[in-house]
Design a protein around this ligand. Structure first.
Ligand code: ADP
Ligand code: MG
Length: 447
């Protein structure tokens, strides 16, 4: 019998997802290194974009007119941008990539999106995944070939970033606030950060939802953020990226309160806006990347990872994009300005959706992207709940951690901080872990 048909003992390893990969995904070394090398340039790029109010406002104008969520973020950004008291600009972000494999040419790396708010899975990946894979290999596959899993200190580096941001606030009595969902379930990805902040740096963490913050938070005389009387040095948002997380004005008030305060917001609203799909599309327009990045090698290197992304604005260019997508819907993905998975359109839904909105202004809130066709590999996956392991044809998505900290014009930290890898069944469109489509995985580098 195959060894994996008898694996029952590792059911308890994950509590948040439906799937867990048990064997590493073969990932081309060169593409992996490419993604890592450009991350510090991407950190600088996002920082420059977030500081350019006019660019954000112009780029998002048509979205703001058609999407209330982006409009409200923009309103906060506008209010605070000329009177920003945050101690540092602080970002923990993740650039996601897929491998594109077109017939007849070698694999290329394509950026899927930049996550500038609540980028997750780092605490779930570091050490835990290596330990699991090494257990599976030595226990069940002792004769399998050695894997080459790149070292990964993403949890340590992310936590170090928070610690430095906390230190810059220069108050021993202050704490770090994790802003979370009401009834947060993904605690396994934040508790290790809290533990490390305390054990390594003696920095206390408090948790609040946006609703709790609206009741318990206020600004002190120097715009200190005080939550139930405790002073907050850093707000780390693990919520706030989706309209459902702001059911009433109270949650928006809480977001504004944090943004107005002296605490470093991770991320600021400007950073969140810089991570929208519309901005991602604008950055692919010739000449725009150069505007924000004066290193021509970095520009060229980042640009090779861009897939075609098209505006759906009400003009000739938007009409042209719609015509193309209607002819070949399977070659495109339609995306709104949303995060968290499950919001995009694929295959025939592209056609149905675009036909529905092509004569309305609503289309301006979306972008169209070339569909990436990733290579498929077999892997072993544990189905949690069902407690069975099965071989599945998988595709993968790489996420590179970027940590960036700037105090006025001084960059205090700009690092590529490690990675996560998620895989999904080749027959599903999206890789959302919480949504149940994806599995945490690890890469093994191959030439
Ligand atoms: P979200 O902010 O909701 O995570 P993404 O842009 O990351 O939005 O899209 C969600 C998922 O959809 C991705 O993780 C990926 O699996 C899939 N996806 C997104 N863009 C493409 C694309 N251009 N080609 C193929 N799959 C894509
Ligand atoms: Mg995503």
């Amino acid at each position: 019998m195959e060894w994996w048909k008898d694996v029952k003992a590792i059911e308890s390893i994950r509590d948040f997802a439906l799937l867990q990969a048990l064997t590493p995904f073969k990932f081309p070394t060169q593409l992996f290194q490419h993604a890592r090398t450009i991350q510090t340039h991407i950190n600088l790029l996002v920082d420059a974009v977030s500081q350019d109010y006019q660019f954000l406002s112009d780029t998002l104008k048509s979205v703001v007119a058609n999407d209330d969520f982006t409009r409200r973020l923009m309103e906060i950004h506008k209010k605070v941008t000329s009177d920003n008291k945050q101690t540092c600009t602080f970002s923990i972000q993740r650039s996601d990539y897929m491998i594109d494999k077109k017939p007849g040419v070698g694999p290329t790396l394509k950026q899927i999106e930049m996550n500038t708010i609540a980028a997750s899975c780092f605490a779930l990946t570091q050490d835990k995944m290596e330990n699991l894979f090494s257990f599976v290999r030595s226990r069940f596959q002792p004769s399998s070939e050695n894997s080459s899993i790149p070292p990964n200190k993403c949890l340590d580096i992310l936590t170090e970033g928070i610690a430095i941001a906390w230190k810059e606030y220069a108050s021993d009595k202050s704490c770090v606030l994790f802003a979370i969902d009401e009834g947060e379930t993904n605690i396994y990805d934040s508790r290790p950060i809290e533990f490390l902040l305390w054990t390594k740096y003696k920095i206390p963490v408090i948790y609040r939802s946006l609703l709790e913050l609206s009741k318990q938070g206020r600004l002190g005389p120097q715009r200190e953020l005080l939550v139930s009387g405790q002073e907050v040095a850093v707000v780390y948002f693990r919520t706030g990226y989706s309209p459902e997380q702001y059911p009433t004005d109270k949650e928006w008030d809480a977001r504004l309160l944090c943004e107005m305060s002296r605490a470093s917001n991770c991320p600021s609203v400007g950073y969140q806006l810089a991570g929208t799909k519309k901005v991602q599309q604008a950055l692919t327009v010739p000449g725009i990347l150069e505007k924000f990045c004066d290193d021509s090698d970095a520009v060229a290197s980042i640009r090779t990872t861009f897939a075609g992304i098209y505006s759906l604005e009400n003009n000739a260019e938007g009409d042209w994009a719609i015509e193309r997508a209607l002819k070949n819907p399977a070659d495109f993905v339609v995306k709104p300005q949303r995060e968290g998975g499950g919001n995009n359109f694929y295959d025939d839904d592209v056609r149905i959706f675009l036909e529905g909105i092509r004569h309305t202004s609503e289309r301006e809130a979306y972008i169209l992207m070339d569909r990436v066709h990733p290579p498929v590999q077999p892997g072993l996956v544990l189905w949690l709940g069902k407690n069975i392991v099965t071989p599945v044809d998988l595709t993968c998505e790489l996420g590179i951690l970027g940590v960036f900290l700037r105090k006025q014009s001084e960059v205090m930290m700009n690092v590529e901080g490690g990675y996560i890898l998620r895989s999904k069944s080749a027959t599903t469109n999206e890789v959302g872990l919480n949504a149940g489509f994806g599995a945490l995985d690890l890469p093994t580098l191959v030439s």
